[in-house]
Every structure is written in C-alpha cells, then in structure tokens.
Write a protein that binds this ligand. Structure first.
Ligand code: AMP
Length: 394
C-alpha cells in the first residue's frame, strides 16, 4: 500500500455536527460511539440485528437487520454521510457496499487485514515490527512443517474470529498439535511461538484522513481467563519502550492508510523486547480509561477521525485504573453504593439486561493522584468484587 495516498474524501470538506453517522454493530463500543456522536450534535444510525442492542437503545435510528442484509445496508448508506464499525468481523462486502453510498472508515481493506491473524502478522512484519515466530496452517498437511518451524512451547490460534482468548490452544508436543488442530475444527490456523511475557501493553491511536495522528498513553493490561480484567495507565514501562510502541503503532496505521481509531497490542518480553501481538480496527476495551482520564476520549476521536475533523488532545489528565465488570459479579447486582462511595470512581454500564458469566456488562475507571491502589483509603477499602488479580497486582 502507498503510505502517501489518502482516501479520496480526505481532502473533501469535513462532516459537521448535524450530519448523520452510522455504526455497524450495536454492542458497547457502538453505544459509546453513539453517545460521543450525540454529544457532538450528530444523528446516529445503528445496524444490529439485536432489538435490545446497547447502541440501538440510544441511536436515532436502529436498523434491526443482519450485517449482510442488502436492503438495510442500502438504507444505511442513504441515511448516513459516513459509516464506521465497532467490530472487525463485519463482512468486507458490506463495507464495500456502504462505501458506494457514503464515506466509510476504516476501509474494507484495513478490516480485512485485522480479520486474519496471518495478514495481520505479515503486515506487522512488513512494517518493521517484531512478532512471535509463526507458521501458517491451512490443512493438516501443513502441521509437520509448522511444528518444525515453531516447535515447543507454542500456541495454536484460529486465523479468524478469535477474541478474548477464544479459538486458541497451548501446544507442547507434536501429538498435542494434532489434537489441538482437530479441537479447533480443522480451520486455518497460525502456530505461534509461546513467548516469555513480562507485561502486555496497548496503544490506542486515532488517525484522520489528513495523516494527523493522536496517541493515547500506553496502557498496561492484565487479563483473567483470556478477558481483559484491568488496564493500568500510564503503563509501568520505561519511557523509551512506550515511545517505541507508539512509533510502531503509527507506522502500522500509516502503512495501511488507516483512518479511524485503532488499538495495537504488544507484548513486553522479559528480555526487554517489545513484540507486536494484534491490532483492532476500532476503539478498544483497553482504551476505556480515556473516557474519564484523557482530555479527549477514544470515541470522540472516532467521531472526529470519521468526520475529517481535527483530532482532540489525547493527553492523560490523571493516573487511572480501568476495571472491567463481567456478568460473573452480578449476584444479583454489584454493590453500586459501595463502589460509588469512592469519589474517584466513574461507572459505565452498557445497558445489557442479562448478566452472564464472561459477558462484559460495564467497567469503572478509578482516578487518583498515584497508581498505588487508587481506590484505597483507610476509611474505605477496595470494592468487594474487585478481582483477585486487581487486588494483588497494584
Ligand atoms: P490473543 O488472542 O492473540 O490476544 O491472545 C490472548 C492472550 O494469550 C494474550 O493476551 C496473551 O496473554 C496470550 N498470548 C497470546 N499469544 C501469545 C504468545 N505468542 N506467547 C505468550 N502468550 C501469548
């Protein structure tokens, strides 16, 4: 791809408040985009088949249809001046169809890279990022060569549709590789070397069509059972490492001619190296801290980038810890009064009626002058449902 090229519409006049914006997908990311767009005076159309979708509840128009529904896509394209997405697995043909009628960002081509771990890691390497050693596996006939190349210990990951640690298996021997490939459904996979991680960090950035880039501070992320548990910001890594992460993320975005908000996840290894893991072509759970702790949040940046407006100041205003709230802690509901008794806590709930284990119901941001147990005070102990990982890690 040509790094100098910008989309045709980039130089066109920006879309000003009053215009109608669309988002494909009505989950919590779509909901927070909708809120940001409404605050800025835009109309919002959401496409999501779920009649109770978190974003659909707040949109001006909720098109309750499948993401491939040609009639709904046509309606969306005719109602909206610009459309974005809140998840990477939206069919590329749907975005292409929309692009015939209105501005679409990120592009179907950028989504296609992020949808496929092979394309993603190949792009990252071509852009100068280090990755884990990996080998492509299309069919069982590729297993021997992949094992030869990567060896133990390894992780087998489906190339598509993996998220929150799903669609992957740890593999320690050639025999386990056979079993894991069958267990994942004989679908195309990547075999990846298992790296000695010290930390996981992410960079969320926004790029508009005029090649302006705004970086949010690097977040340090802790996961539990494969799902993001807490983000700690600023990440506790040396400044030069944080700068390298930002540079790599910017390079990846430019090389893809990316327009919108993008998150890039990196591993910091025990020997100090920083290694690309994956990218998300949208705002990201690890960027939710920006809602309360940055001068501009990631969803407002998404609106600005989509509309061809100048990007906002992404500066961190306060150290912050973001804690995810999964359905597991609804017994029947968390003790909101205890949580909100901490003056630095900001609560965000996504309007989901049914709490299920592992389902992201909301999150809270804890702001404090320092990162050391930001909610702790002699009078008020930490929230009782704060995860074990959270309690131990700060
Ligand atoms: P992913 O779906 O690629 O983000 O992987 C989910 C989680 O698995 C990551 O957040 C890491 O904790 C872990 N992981 C993924 N790939 C590797 C790797 N190559 N080496 C060690 N841990 C990994």
């Amino acid at each position: 791809m040509n790094a100098d090229a910008t989309p045709d519409w980039a130089a066109a006049s920006p879309l000003l408040p009053g215009a109608t914006l669309g988002v494909v997908g009505g989950g919590q990311l779509g909901r927070m985009f909708t809120l940001a767009a409404k605050v800025m005076g835009y109309q919002v159309v959401v496409l999501d088949p779920d009649p109770a979708s978190p974003a659909g509840q707040l949109a001006d128009t909720h098109l309750k249809a499948d993401y491939r529904d040609a009639v709904a896509l046509l309606r969306m394209g005719s109602l909206c001046q610009a459309v974005t997405t809140e998840f990477e697995n939206v069919p590329a043909e749907s975005m292409d169809m929309l692009a015939r009628h209105c501005r679409v960002a990120p592009s179907a081509a950028a989504l296609a890279v992020a949808q496929d771990r092979l394309a993603e890691k190949t792009h990252a390497r071509a852009s100068g990022c280090e990755t884990a050693p990996f080998a492509n596996i299309e069919t069982a006939a590729d297993l021997d060569a992949a094992w030869e190349r990567v060896g133990a210990p390894a992780l087998l990951k489906t190339r598509r549709m993996g998220y929150d640690g799903k669609g992957q298996a740890r593999v320690n021997s050639r025999g386990e590789l056979d079993a894991a490939f069958a267990q994942l459904g004989d679908v195309p996979c990547l075999l990846e070397g298992f790296l000695p991680l010290e930390r996981e960090v992410s960079v969320v950035l926004a790029r508009n069509g005029l090649d302006e880039i705004a970086f949010f501070p690097v977040a340090e992320n802790r996961h539990r059972d494969g799902i993001l548990d807490v983000s700690i910001v600023p990440a506790r890594i040396p400044a030069d490492l944080a700068e390298r992460a930002r540079d790599m993320a910017a390079h990846l975005a430019r090389e893809m001619e990316y327009v919108g908000v993008m998150a890039v996840e990196f591993f910091v290894l025990k020997d100090g190296r920083i290694v690309f893991n994956e990218m998300a072509p949208r705002p990201h759970n690890s960027g939710h801290y920006t809602l309360d702790a940055c001068a501009t949040d990631q969803f407002q940046q998404q609106v600005r980038a989509l509309c061809g407006l100048p990007l906002g100041d992404a500066r961190l205003l306060s150290p912050v810890v973001m804690v995810n709230l999964l359905g597991d802690v609804w017994r029947p509901q968390p003790d909101w009064r205890a949580l909100l008794g901490h003056a630095g806590v900001q609560l965000h709930l996504y309007g989901k009626a049914e709490a299920r284990p592992g389902r992201k119901m909301g999150h809270y941001n804890c702001l404090a002058p320092t990162l050391t147990r930001p909610w702790a005070s002699p009078r008020k102990p930490g929230p009782p449902w704060a995860s074990a990982a959270t309690d131990q890690s700060l």
